[in-house]
Design a protein around this ligand. Structure first.
Ligand code: CAA
Length: 445
């Protein structure tokens, strides 16, 4: 069977940076460790005045096409996943294709374009669509461009404000990919939930505490569904576990639950028994309350064991490095986590070829998806070529005053005139409004 997966990735970060401990926490009157330790976040990326979901997506896609030596004729599909769209009819992928056509001789007139919506899981769903399109043999030898792009802003004063971020991930989905192949097996946990939504409004309505519980519940269902088709997940089989990362503290909670699930009825549970006892089983308890309390106590003990801490340090922590410095990118977040884990493996000199990733995507509203990926021979060259770490260092650091202005610039209900903080170079920029209220873009040399 033809292997299908991710051939290459490029990441574009919003060009501004706000330090959470030094700039945000003092203004909120909070202990900086609430952010750095509790949420696990150090900084957020923000778009400069001339950046938006189209420019960030187009810049990531352009970089990817240039690096891989592609022309528009090589691309048969452009799918954009976003929660930040500004048009209910015309998809962002048409704007991005329009940008790219400014710099290439050819065009994308024969590429199927669309926009995927299911909160943060839509990026993974777009990869699914591309996978199915290739597997169905409808691609005529061409590849698909999947772009996850978001300005993940919350209303000022919302508890989610600390988790904001902005950036885009462009991925090339093809036959015989260089980076990872995707498993046919996948699991879903999906239910009608009211945890985070944007009913025709720019900033989300969020029930933060509930959203955390829904994430955990749906992810657990998705893992069980995945195991029902792929077989039980074994601890030693998984090298990295990139998960949707609204903030690293969320993944820390999910990882502990996942570890408990994976080791149940295994040698690891037996080995840990003398230290922390066996996992509580519901049937052994006379009330739900007692069972929940016993589980909580077991989890507290489990968290402190060397077995868990070593697994977390090797399998989960490397995937969180980038998120700590950019915040939540919604649809791009899990794809940033994958790259983060592979960058850390590359830096550690690990040979990842043939290793397995267990990938957990999540979108509010709500749906989790779990599948696995196998790292391919070309992974090192692909990861080496991604220059996101340099771009993170290049970001312009904003003060709280600057932040208030830039939040207003990207607030659709405000009309403010703010000078740009950085100078665009070799990139697409927002260039004002057209006669039908469409957003216009141009390439700056
Ligand atoms: N030192 C160390 N840790 C501290 C601390 C300190 N001084 N002060 C607080 N903390 C810890 C808290 O104990 C807590 O950790 P635990 O949950 O492990 O106990 C953590 O820091 C956060 O503190 P709070 O819970 O008090 O923070 P909050 O209530 O202000 O905000 C939030 C948390 C509700 C999740 C908020 O960030 C939010 O609304 N975020 C947006 C929604 C979200 O991201 N939900 C995640 C699941 S939904 C999803 O994944 C989709 C998506 O992308 C949005």
């Amino acid at each position: 069977m033809t292997k299908v997966g991710i051939d290459a990735v490029e990441i574009h970060t919003g060009k501004l940076k706000m330090d959470l401990a030094e700039v945000f926490a003092p203004e909120m009157g909070d202990d900086p460790e609430k952010y750095t330790k509790g949420l696990g976040l150090h900084a957020s990326s923000f778009p400069d005045v001339y950046e938006d979901i189209v420019t960030m997506g187009a810049n990531a896609a352009y970089k990817l096409m240039e690096r891989k030596g592609l022309t528009p004729e090589d691309i048969g599909r452009i799918d954009v996943a976003t929660e930040s769209a500004f048009d209910n009819s015309k998809p962002v992928s048409t704007y991005i294709a329009g940008c790219l056509e400014q710099v290439y001789d050819g065009d994308f007139h024969h590429a199927n374009k669309g926009e995927r919506k299911f909160a943060c899981v839509a990026g993974t769903q777009s990869i699914d669509d591309a996978y199915n399109w290739i597997r169905a043999g409808r691609h005529r030898g061409r590849a698909a461009l999947v772009i996850a792009t978001d300005t993940a802003l919350y209303a000022r004063g919302d508890p989610g404000e600390a988790t904001q971020g902005a950036g885009a991930v462009a991925m090339l989905i093809s036959e015989d990919p260089s980076l990872v192949t995707l498993s046919t097996e996948q699991g879903f946990g999906s239910a009608d939930e009211t945890d985070f939504l944007k009913p025709n409004q720019q900033f989300p309505s969020v029930d933060g505490k509930r959203s955390v519980q829904v994430y955990l519940a749906r992810m657990r269902e998705a893992l069980e569904d995945y195991e029902s088709v792929a077989g039980k997940v074994e601890l030693d089989d998984v090298n990295l576990a990139p998960f949707h990362t609204p903030f690293p503290g969320m993944v820390r909670k999910a990882a502990l639950l996942g570890f408990r699930h994976i080791i149940r009825d295994t040698d690891v549970e037996d080995e840990l028994e003398p230290e922390i006892g066996r996992q509580p089983r519901e049937a052994e308890f006379d009330s739900e309350e007692n069972y929940t309390e016993a589980i909580r106590a077991y989890m507290d003990d489990l968290k402190r064991t060397d077995a868990y801490q070593e697994w977390y340090a090797n399998t989960v922590d490397p995937t969180l490095y980038l998120a700590r410095h950019v915040g939540n990118w919604y649809t791009g977040s899990v794809h940033v986590a994958r790259v983060s884990g592979l960058i850390k493996a590359y830096e550690a000199g690990e040979d990842m070829t043939g290793e397995q990733l267990l990938v957990g995507s999540y979108g509010s509203g709500a749906q989790a998806e779990v599948h696995s990926e196998i790292v391919q021979e070309g992974w090192k060259e692909e990861i080496e070529a991604i220059d996101i770490l340099d771009h993170l260092d290049d970001r312009y650091e904003i003060s709280f005053d600057d932040y208030e202005h830039i939040h207003d610039v990207h607030n659709h209900e405000k009309d403010v005139d703010v000078e740009e903080f950085t100078v665009p170079q070799s990139e697409f920029v927002f260039d004002g409004w057209g006669r039908m209220d469409e957003r216009k873009y141009r390439f700056v040399e």
